[in-house]
Design a protein around this ligand. Structure first.
Ligand SMILES: [Zn+2]
Ligand SMILES: [Zn+2]
Length: 346
């Protein structure tokens, strides 16, 4: 943190929360007219070494036609199969066992937390720090997600913040709801081009993240995402294989994907903007429960270094509750929180 950028005290306590006040020249303005002279976005990063998750208003799309779209057909096929399975799972809901529901719910939250408490606030924005047991839990949860791993997720997410609403943003909501919702199925060439300019050296220095990147095996991730959640209800409380596969696995996975994708689509298109009407992300309370607390997206794009990704606390965010519980156990610390005075200034 640079001098003069905070009014909170960083104590040596493992459970401390650092409160940050944005510098006076860069406080939020609740009106478009002041924004031209007082940009919302921090030019001077308050976290040393982290630069590329802050919006860069100087980058704009080039004139002329849109860059070429590259379709990732493997993902298109896998997603189509998953959704067919999930639809069939809906027809089996009335005959599903109670414990299978509980299991599905448990797996849903673990899978969601890998992003909302791990890949997003811990590794993409560094807005809090975690000790080894928590990092291990989150990296295992991330592997259950059957995505490309934390490094790739953080890379795309940095591009989403830094080049927000341009062709270089993998989730560019200017292309509409469907594109931003499942935008990772196809990418504009600008994503690759500008993505190569991002600095992820802080992640490259993280042994655990690079270990996952180096040894990531799609087969193992598929087992964590599909085989394990199917086998547990089938083996432990006599659920039918069909119910285990189509409800606890396919339906549960499809629901968690859509809930998190809504942050990129609905929370960029629908909702109110109390902080800055010039940016697209919105405050969308309806997105928040499914996304385990990530619906307050205008706030998050304005203050990506706030560990709760919202201006609220436990009552609206299970993720914040989870991180705070981890902090009380000494597993999370140095949680960064933007002071209310900063968000209301101007
Ligand atoms: Zn966003
Ligand atoms: Zn973010």
């Amino acid at each position: 943190w640079g001098a003069g950028t905070q009014d909170g005290v960083i104590s040596s306590s493992r459970t401390t929360t650092t409160t940050i006040t944005a510098p006076p020249s860069r406080v939020l303005q609740n009106g478009g007219d002041k924004l031209e002279t007082m940009p919302l976005y921090l030019e001077e990063d308050i976290r040393p070494g982290i630069k590329d998750d802050i919006y860069d208003p100087t980058y704009n799309d080039k004139e002329g036609p849109s860059p070429k779209v590259n379709y990732v057909w493997r993902n298109v096929i896998l997603m189509s199969l998953l959704h067919l399975g999930a639809l069939f799972g809906i027809t089996l809901i009335p005959t599903c066992k109670f414990y299978s529901w509980l299991w599905g719910l448990f797996y849903y939250f673990v899978r969601a937390l890998d992003i909302t408490a791990g890949a997003h606030p811990l590794w993409s924005h560094p807005s809090y720090k975690a000790r080894l047991p928590l990092r291990l839990f989150l990296i295992i949860a991330n592997t259950m997600a059957f995505q490309n791993g934390i490094y790739e997720w953080a890379h795309d997410h940095h591009a989403h913040h830094k080049f927000s609403e341009t062709h270089a943003d993998p989730r560019n909501s200017r292309h509409g709801f469907v594109f931003s919702h499942v935008g990772w199925l196809c990418k504009h060439s600008a994503v690759k081009e500008k993505g190569g300019t991002l600095d992820l050296s802080d992640l490259e220095a993280e042994k655990l993240v690079m270990f996952q990147r180096g040894y990531y095996k799609p087969r193992f991730a598929a087992d964590m995402c599909f085989t394990l959640p199917t086998l547990v209800p089938w083996c432990f409380w006599g659920e039918t294989f069909q119910h285990s596969l189509f409800i606890a696995t396919f339906l549960r996975y499809a629901v968690v994907l859509h809930a998190t994708w809504l942050v990129n689509s609905a929370a960029h298109l629908f909702g109110y903007r109390p902080y800055d009407k010039n940016i697209s992300p919105r405050e969308n309370v309806l997105v928040s429960p499914g996304a385990v607390g990530e619906g307050f997206h205008e706030y998050h794009h304005s203050f990506p270094y706030d560990y709760s990704a919202s201006e609220y606390c436990w009552h609206i965010s299970f993720t914040t509750f989870f991180i705070d519980c981890m902090a009380s156990l000494g597993l999370a610390y140095d949680r960064k929180k933007v002071s209310k005075a900063s968000t209301l200034s101007g």
